[in-house]
Design a binder for this molecule. Structure first.
Ligand SMILES: N[C@@H](CCC(=O)N[C@@H](CS)C(=O)NCC(=O)O)C(=O)O
Length: 219
């Protein structure tokens, strides 16, 4: 039975989970969440009232949260690319970096984007300024942290890179990574060249006109 994937190709958290599917060629059946597919929206509302996507359904198993989906795939559909290291100490670092990319890159990036789609009277300039400050702080930290290895944790592509790819992709569109952070910029380029992530970027390409801050003409 094919795994049902509820989400949208332009969603950063969907891209994160899709990387794990594509790394190991795990088949999936799209349940696109968009106004053209109201039935999928109704199914999703019944499955997960919080409404955040992606969510997957694999037979009797439902999994919410992109990180948990990647953890689930590693156990239920293992393949040649092991995104969660078997070594428990290494796995702690991978999970820590996953949290860092979600909490301190993806979250402040999202704050800036979602603020832009609010009506002007409901905007939160202080919150957006704080979010940009957080992005600047984490860019500086990551530029040092990423020195001397290919991927987020060592030289194997892991869960942490699944989180890093869409978060740095959209964060750089939202609040550009300063040119002086050459190590971080080079890492973002390596992520863009990884076939699994490149595929998600291509699948999301038709939706770029919907990026609320205006998508740059690159990547
Ligand atoms: N913590 C969730 C976050 C998922 C999330 O925020 N997804 C966004 C799309 S990228 C979403 O569902 N937005 C619609 C909404 O908030 O109603 C995860 O890691 O999967």
């Amino acid at each position: 039975m094919t795994i049902k994937f509820y989400g949208h190709p332009f969603s950063s958290y969907c891209m994160k989970a899709l990387i794990a599917f594509y790394e190991n060629d795990i088949p999936l059946e799209w349940r696109m969440l968009s106004p053209e597919h109201p039935d999928n929206g109704a199914e999703m509302a019944a499955l997960w009232p919080i409404g955040k996507f992606p969510t997957i359904v694999d037979g009797d198993t439902q999994v919410m949260e992109a990180t948990s989906i990647i953890e689930y795939l590693a156990i239920a559909h293992p393949g040649p690319v092991n995104l969660i290291p078997g070594d428990l100490r290494a796995a702690v670092k991978v999970r820590m970096m996953d949290r860092i990319f979600d909490n301190y890159v993806m979250t402040p990036q999202g704050k800036c984007v979602f603020d832009a789609i609010r009506p002007p009277e409901n905007r939160d300039p202080h919150g957006v300024a704080d979010a940009k400050k957080m992005l600047e702080t984490i860019y500086a930290w990551l530029d040092k942290e990423m020195a001397g290895h290919e991927w987020a944790v060592g030289n194997e592509f892991t869960l942490a890179d699944c989180a890093a790819a869409p978060s740095l992709f959209y964060a750089d569109w939202t609040h550009p990574i300063p040119e002086k952070f050459t190590t971080l910029i080079a890492y973002r380029k390596r992520l863009l060249a990884r076939p699994s992530f490149a595929r998600t970027v291509d699948e999301a390409r038709p939706y770029r006109p919907f990026f609320p801050l205006g998508a740059p003409d690159r990547d």
